[in-house]
Structure formats: structure tokens, C-alpha cells
Ligand binder design. Sequence first.
Ligand code: R5P
Length: 294
Amino acid sequence: MALIVSGYGCSAIAKKVAGMLGFKYEVARVRSFPDGELYVRLPQGLKDEEVAYVVCYGRRPNEALAETVLAVEGLREKGAEKVVLVAPYLPYLRQDAEFTPGEVVSSRVIARLLAKLDVDALITVDPHLHRIRSLSELFPFPAIEVSAMPLLAAFFQKEHGTGVVIAPDEEAERWAKTFADTIGAPYFVFEKQRMGDEIVSVTGAVKRGETAVIVDDIVSTGGTLGEVAQKLLEAGFRDIYACVTHALLVQDAEARIFGSGVKEFISTDSVHNPYARVSVAGVIAEALKGVVNV
Ligand code: R5P
């Protein structure tokens, strides 16, 4: 039987996964020293254990990276036999090209950093893969991708029936397609142009309809959802919903989302947020069954 260790701010989801699998559950103590350095204290009794360390990158990607390095290497030092990194949300994947000369391609660099750690496998939910087709192009160890989209779609269908599924851009088409297939609805893909961290514009001639559900992997500032919702209102849609896996919701994201006509926003618990109506614990637990002894 494996052991689930919850990293900083991960206890709810880590506990759920442990409960589903009947695994032991422990919490790592993670805190910052006054100068900002990170302190990680792992639980006792790790020798020869198979350990799944749950790290929540959410709104603290840089601290969580340091946490990952310390925790993974620490687990090994303390004799863990297997280390599985469970990252419900995997950050740094959006900068996947040198859009402007000199830019560092973060997705590749961060993956190389993680690949240097003594990890046996990685499990994550709906990673932002656009120019990269699969996580195996980034990681030398098994990197398992599970999806929340069918779960979000089933939840949406139960609560609201059906509607036109909307992808804000080509990158979101794969999510919209899965969502649309699950509820048996059509989907439409806008074209998105990003002018700044918070400013985007979308174009596309969507046919007038009654209910629309915008689907994406990540909402950060809410700029994308807000812009798409406005276009849908202009196109005559009456009921606009949004379903997103990773709800980072930074700055005034909620005001942008609801201020632009989104009636209800639905997300998962991959990042702690008040709109998590769907849990990714089940899909993570299923994936874990394939990499540790149950
Ligand atoms: C990028 O392509 C992602 O899929 C999201 O569309 C993006 O991260 C959303 O960011 P924001 O909420 O700041 O517009």
C-alpha cells in the first residue's frame, strides 16, 4: 500500500485521493523562512515506501517548484522506494515557444528541471499542450495526463442540459471537442489574439444560439473568458456558462467573468477555488493505480 503525502495547500485533494484508494495519508510541513527560503519537513517512516507527493502549484508556481525539488529529493534521501509526483495543475506550459527573440521557452526548461529530479512518474490533469503533443516529449519518466473535461461536461449536462460549446482559441479546441462529444453538442472555435497579460481579443462568426458554454483549461485573469462572453452576448446568446479545469482566478478575474455576462462559472479542485463543483481526485486515483501497488 502506498503513502500519499500532501504538500502545501493540498490537503483536501490529497486526502480525497488517499481515501479513494485506502492509502495512508500524511502531510508535509512546508513554510517560508523570514528571508523567503522554503522549509520542508517530511513525515516519518518513508523507508521503502511508495510515495505519491501531491504538490499544488496553483497561484504559487515558483514556491511550489522549490517545494517540489526539496520534497522529491528529500523523499529519496529518506529512503522512499518510489516517488510519484502528483501535480493536479502543472504550470509553466503556456510559454511553449520563443514568440519574441530572447524569450526563454519555459515549458522545455522547467520540464528539464523536473526531469533531473529523482521522480518515477508524474500525474497531472489537463496540461496545457499546444505545440507539444504529449507530455512524453517533455519528460523521460512516465508522465500521465488525465482529463477533467468529461467530468465537467457531465456535470454541466446534469445541471443545465445542453448548449453550443465554445473554445476561445485553437488551443482550447481539444477541450471543447471532448466536452461537446460528451454532451452530444456542436462546438465552435474562436480565434484569439493576445495583446498583453490581461488583454485579448477574439474574432469569429459564431451562429446565434440560446445557451453557450465556454470551455478552457485555465482561467487566469479572466480576460479570455470575459472577451468571449461579450462576443457571445453580441451574437445573441442569452445564457452563457463557463467550465474550466484550472481556476487560477488572479487579480479581478471574477469581476471580469461575471461582469461580462457569464451566468455561472464551474471549475475543478485542481486549484483551490470557490467554484470547484467537480473533483479531479477520482481521475488522479485511477491513474495512481497504474503506477503504485494498490
Ligand atoms: C491559454 O491559452 C490558456 O488556455 C487560457 O486561455 C489562458 O491562460 C487564460 O488566461 P486569462 O484568463 O488571463 O485570459
